[in-house]
Design a protein around this ligand. Structure first.
Ligand code: UD1
Ligand code: UDP
Length: 355
């Protein structure tokens, strides 16, 4: 029995190929949803669009400080693991949900499989970096995206026999759904957009949006980009960011602001964008896979392979830096090769867990 623990938007999306593979192979598994994300457009919509079975267990932990949120998850997950008695626990990436899942399992001596192991930004001010390091060091099987992330784990003294290079399941998630998105989404028409005729933006990192100056700088940069390139800037706003824009009383003039999109509409927007600006982890990967240049609104990244191959550039939040990075990336020829592996990672991970 495999316990798949998830709770946030990117975990639902990236776990989808693994869940589908469990269904395909008739593997015994259950989904435990912590409820870290709970708004319809951050949670349920992905289960519907990706045709995922409902979670067997839901903790409804909701939002809170790191300690409060992680603590509630830990207590709830422990109870579920006692009832469900799985042979393996699978967690993905770096959110508090993954940390709580791994910690609960480790204390109960249940083998942990960490998907997306070995990513490092080497910035411990990021809560996610702390989570990644802890999860990797208490996991029994580390499914890592590529040579670089594998090397990060080896440098930290993690036993090489625990590491398996599977690629990143985002490649399967994108490839399995892109055609459906292109055939079914009407988002371009709905927003009166033309292919390559707009810039797509997301921002939700605590270090960006919880600070008034940094968030204000991002919004100033977006307005400047829209004027400079005479292109609409489409900004689906994460609930954390929406709250902060309201609290800080910031202006959204000159920017097309929307609610978060489902995966079908968002992929359609991404693949047709002239440029993507983001501080999201997953979107740096997706833009690279989809052949769309990316400007990352951060000073570091746990995906430096995207910088090396040239599909992504770091610009922080300074409006001048964002402008010059965008000018450079707009004229780029997207001839790079995706460094995250192929679409078989879901299958490989499930096969490994079942042997
Ligand atoms: C979390 C992860 C982050 C990941 C992101 C994906 C941690 C530490 N952070 O950040 O790594 O990139 O998810 O999107 O785990 N809110 C809602 N509805 C929701 C969820 C959140 O309104 O469904 C609002 C609440 O006001 C909440 C805030 O968003 O306080 C932040 O949510 P939280 O889950 O704490 O962190 P994220 O910023 O979403
Ligand atoms: N995404 C989406 N709708 C949106 C914004 C993002 O479906 O309006 C998807 C996006 O395609 C990617 C994932 O959500 O697969 C990224 O999630 P997020 O940026 O919240 O988290 P991170 O990757 O930074 O942890």
């Amino acid at each position: 029995m495999i316990a798949i623990i998830l709770g946030t938007r990117p975990e639902i999306i990236k776990m989808s190929p693994i869940i589908r593979e469990c269904e395909r192979q008739g593997v015994d598994y259950f989904i435990l949803h912590t409820g870290q994300h709970y708004s319809y457009e951050m949670d349920r919509i992905f289960f519907e669009e990706l045709h995922l079975p409902d979670a067997k267990y839901r903790l409804d932990v909701g939002s809170g400080s790191h300690g409060e949120q992680t603590g509630k998850m830990l207590a709830g997950i422990e109870k579920v693991l006692q009832i469900g008695s799985p042979d393996h626990v699978v967690v993905l990436g770096d959110p508090n949900t993954a940390l709580a899942g791994a910690l609960a399992a480790a204390k109960m001596h249940i083998p942990i499989c960490h998907i997306e192991a070995g990513r490092r930004s080497y910035n411990r001010m990021m809560p996610e970096e702390i989570n990644r390091i802890i999860i990797d060091h208490i996991s029994d099987c580390l499914c890592t995206p590529n040579e670089l992330t594998q090397g990060n784990l080896l440098k930290e003294g993690i036993d090489s026999t625990k590491i398996i290079r599977t690629g990143d399941p985002i490649v399967s998630a994108v490839r399995e759904i892109l055609t459906v998105a292109q055939e079914s989404s009407t988002v371009l028409d709905d927003l009166h957009l033309t292919p390559k005729g707009y810039i797509l933006v997301t921002a939700h990192r605590a270090e960006n949006v919880d600070k008034k100056e940094r968030l204000e700088d991002i919004l100033t940069a977006l307005r400047a980009l829209s004027t400079e390139f005479s292109l609409p800037v489409i900004f689906p706003v994460h609930p954390r960011t929406e709250k902060k824009i309201r609290v800080f009383g910031l202006s959204l003039e000159g920017i097309t602001v929307t609610k978060p999109f489902g995966y079908l509409d968002f992929l359609q927007l991404e693949v047709n964008a002239k440029l993507v600006l983001t501080d999201s982890g997953c979107i740096q990967e997706e833009a690279c896979i989809l052949g769309v240049p990316c400007v990352t609104l951060r000073d570091d990244t746990e995906r430096p392979e995207t910088l090396t191959i040239g599909c992504n550039v770091l610009a922080g939040t300074n409006p001048d830096r964002i402008m010059s990075a965008s000018q450079r990336m707009m004229s780029l020829d997207p001839g790079w090769r995706n460094p995250f592996g192929d679409e078989h990672s879901g299958k490989q991970i499930v096969q490994f867990l079942c042997t």
